[in-house]
Design a protein around this ligand. Structure first.
Ligand code: PHB
Length: 388
């Protein structure tokens, strides 16, 4: 380890106890506000602001101040920002994390400084195991991929090609979908991967056409689904008889309406749809749109909104104490009603437990939405559940 890094870690250990006495609780919000994942940053930032507009900026007698930093989607940048936020700003909580490598890069800092790391976006199963100070309000890819596999086999799909972004969440999606689909009796013709940063789908889409599966199962991260769909259509795969099935990251509410009628009928599984039928969600969508020039909230936004609620609830339970161990104890087992439905933080794994919905892209009031038609209640991360 570099001497500079060692010094930074020593400083982290020293400062972390001082924050408890202050009247302001600072949250360091690290998000990709620019770059390929900028839509995630924009959605979560907007949701955090909306949460505070609706719930106030004071909790348990403390003023809650959010310090937003742009990590540009780069892990090394996020790591430096996290160190600065802990050492200089003395934040009590680190939050955000739009990509898996970023959440993982910050985990050692959370451990050293004993500062909770609230993962509002990233979805690789192992992130919660990287530090005892990590808790997640987003989702895992296995949570949506396993129900998608089950639905597919039950509904006459027997042969599938999988296509995923080649990094943590994609590999989780590929494995959990394939394992479940094969266990049910299906055949995986091929597992295809594409790079995260420069996704050129043309070569793999040719392989899909050649393999002639009943369906193509896809995961690409939020913000890149429209690019994939465009190339799927350009290669003529929409007319080839290959059904498109996906995790809801692909038919992301943030981009869905712009994808066009080619995505009508696409079946996918996920934790949140802006079309979710509850009074709480309708009020959430209306307030979010009103505050953001008509922007439709996506699944990343609820990760941010619920992450703020988790921090507020934990602070209530600790009576405003920002001691990291007390906050983590308060976080474990917290349960509440989210715009996505009922959710809780598993006390054993610190990961989210939530409903997964099977959805079909359809028109509602002239716009494209993921319309939920089946619910798998209270899904724990299947990867961690299998280890027990
Ligand atoms: C991740 O990097 O963990 C990630 C990002 C975007 C998604 C899903 C997972 O939609």
């Amino acid at each position: 380890m570099l001497r500079r890094e060692l010094a930074a870690i020593a400083a982290l250990t020293l400062v972390s106890s001082g924050a408890a006495a202050q009247d302001t609780v600072k949250i360091g919000l690290i998000l990709p506000m620019t770059g390929q994942q900028a839509s995630t940053g924009k959605q979560i930032d907007a949701a955090v602001k909306l949460y505070q507009a609706r719930n106030g900026t004071t909790v348990a007698g403390k003023k809650v101040e959010v310090i937003l930093k742009d990590d540009t989607g780069v892990a090394d940048v996020a790591k430096r920002l996290a160190q600065e936020l802990v050492v200089n700003d003395k934040v009590a909580v680190l939050a955000g994390f739009g990509l898996t490598p970023i959440a993982l890069a910050v985990a050692p800092i959370a451990t050293q400084a004993k500062v909770p790391e609230i993962v509002m976006a990233a979805g690789t199963s192992s992130i919660t195991e990287a530090s005892p100070y990590v808790a997640r309000t987003s989702f895992t890819l296995a949570q949506s991929s396993v129900p998608m596999a089950e639905w597919a086999y039950k509904n006459g799909i027997k042969k599938v090609v999988t296509l995923v972004s080649d990094y943590g969440p994609g590999i989780d999606a590929e494995k959990s979908f394939s394992d479940k689909f094969k266990a049910d009796g299906g055949t995986i013709a091929e597992n295809l991967r594409i790079p995260l940063r420069t996704p050129d789908f043309a070569p793999v889409l040719q392989k899909v056409a050649d393999a002639k599966p009943d369906a193509l199962f896809v995961f690409v991260p939020s913000g890149t689904g429209a690019q994939f769909v465009k190339q799927f259509v350009e290669r003529g795969l929409d007319k080839s008889g290959v059904k498109l099935i996906a995790t809801g990251d692909v038919t992301d509410d943030d981009q869905l309406n712009g994808m066009g009628d080619v995505v009508l009928g696409v079946i996918n599984a996920h934790n949140y749809s802006a079309d979710h039928d509850s009074a709480l969600n309708k009020a959430y969508v209306d307030a979010f749109k009103k505050a953001n020039g008509g922007l439709r909230p996506n699944f990343m936004s609820v990760g941010g909104y619920d992450g703020m609620n988790l921090i507020y609830e934990a602070l209530k339970k600790t009576n405003g104490s920002t001691d990291g161990d007390k906050l983590m104890a308060a976080i474990k087992g917290t349960a509440w009603e989210s715009p996505r439905g009922p959710i809780s933080i598993d006390p054993d794994t610190r990961d989210i437990v939530q409903n997964i919905y099977i959805r079909k892209v359809d028109k509602v009031g002239g716009e494209l939405y993921n319309v939920e038609f089946a619910t798998i209640p209270n899904v724990k991360d299947p990867v961690k559940a299998a280890k027990k």
